[in-house]
Ligand binder design. Structure first.
Ligand SMILES: [Zn+2]
Ligand SMILES: [Zn+2]
Length: 359
């Protein structure tokens, strides 16, 4: 809590240039607004920046993007100028022990694009080529415009894929999945669980628009927690009824709502897994005994880099397995980026996309 009274402004900056031989410079086309952009630019009641993860301010925000490669470093073999790519926003060092074990998301010297280093709400961005993936299959399957927009969803939906398909270990048809928080990551989790054929997918949020979006993305049922509370109904009551008392095999927390967490283990079936993706600025007290009696697992998950996540999602979107189009609820021009971030403060949208250029 170092920073107070965050301000958003539009500035002229120098165009980024190649710095290392594995860098590429990308002309940005589409950039999504993320919950962390909202948290980084919004103050809490005491005026402090709301973002609880690493940040180095001031910074150019934006990390969910597609763009066209315009310049490649001498050491880059995988990309050429003109290609349209999406990029992971976890900038790994590739040399610490976590990276050497293949766990780029847990890099000990991680930089976060758009939070600790300059991001994509700008006309150009410099990134390491190893984090870029061609979105050609999306451009071929859809129009260039929609293909680029869907490409910008790989980053947030990749976080859901990393949580469910990598860290939990996959979604099976027998799984009963509850998702808390129907922001873009939670909605991505709903879409992935639905695409995997999970036998039950239930979402919870506190905003009606997002409850409705969860149904559009494939939730079998979705509830407004605030409405349930006025009726004296808890998520546990709802899930107990929907699972005939068995509980869910996977619960995903993507709300960062500290008050929810202590009750979540009790929603799980025997040997169920709670995966925590939200971030919270407070510490928690909870009863660990259900973990012992139920052989439950609680795991955390950060990021979307490596493990073949972007290529898997590109394929699923291109072949029609995963329909993410309903996630996009607003498109704004670059001029309106700052007001778009403020629009996202309302948390009513799925994904607000900034169209950086006309194309
Ligand atoms: Zn994000
Ligand atoms: Zn590293």
């Amino acid at each position: 809590m170092v920073w107070r009274n965050p301000q958003l402004s539009v500035e002229e900056v120098a165009q980024p240039t190649l710095r290392n031989e594995d860098d590429v410079v990308i002309e940005t086309l589409v950039c999504g607004i993320c919950g962390s952009d909202v948290h980084a630019s919004q103050a809490d009641a005491n005026g402090y920046v709301g973002f609880a993860g690493p940040a180095r301010l001031p910074v150019i925000l934006g990390h969910e993007f597609t763009g066209r490669v315009v310049e490649v470093g001498r050491g880059v073999r995988s990309l050429r100028p003109g290609q349209i790519v999406a990029a992971e926003s976890i900038a790994a060092c590739f040399s610490c022990s976590a990276c050497r074990d293949g766990h780029l998301n847990q890099c000990e010297r991680v930089e976060l694009v758009g939070l600790t280093v300059d991001g994509a709400l700008a006309r150009y961005i410099r990134v390491n080529a190893a984090h870029c993936y061609s979105v050609e299959p999306l451009l071929e399957r859809f129009s260039e415009s929609l293909g680029c927009e869907l490409g910008s969803l790989l980053e947030p939906v990749g976080c859901a894929y990393n949580a469910l398909c990598v860290n939990v270990g996959g979604i099976k048809q027998a799984d009963r999945v509850a998702v808390f928080g129907a922001g873009p990551i939670g909605l991505g989790a709903v879409a992935l669980a639905h695409a995997a054929g999970a036998s039950l997918v239930v979402a919870f949020d506190v905003i009606d628009e997002r409850v409705a979006l969860a149904k559009k993305l494939g939730a079998d049922a979705a509830f407004n927690l605030a409405t349930l509370a006025t009726q004296g109904v808890t998520p546990r009551d709802v899930l107990s009824e929907l699972t005939h008392g068995r509980g869910v095999t996977i619960a995903l927390e993507a709300a960062g709502a500290a008050e929810l967490f202590p009750d979540l283990p009790s929603l799980l079936a025997t040997r169920g897994t709670l995966v925590y993706v939200g971030r919270t600025a407070t510490t928690l007290v909870f009863d660990p005994n259900p973990l012992v009696s139920g052989a439950l697992r609680i795991i955390g998950s950060r990021g979307h880099a490596g493990y073949g996540i972007f290529p898997a999602l590109i394929k699923m979107i291109a072949d029609g397995t995963l329909n993410l189009a309903p996630l996009i609820t607003a498109r704004v021009p670059f001029d309106a980026a700052a007001s778009a971030i403020k629009q996202a403060w309302q948390r009513r949208d799925g994904k607000v996309l900034v169209r950086i250029r006309d194309f």
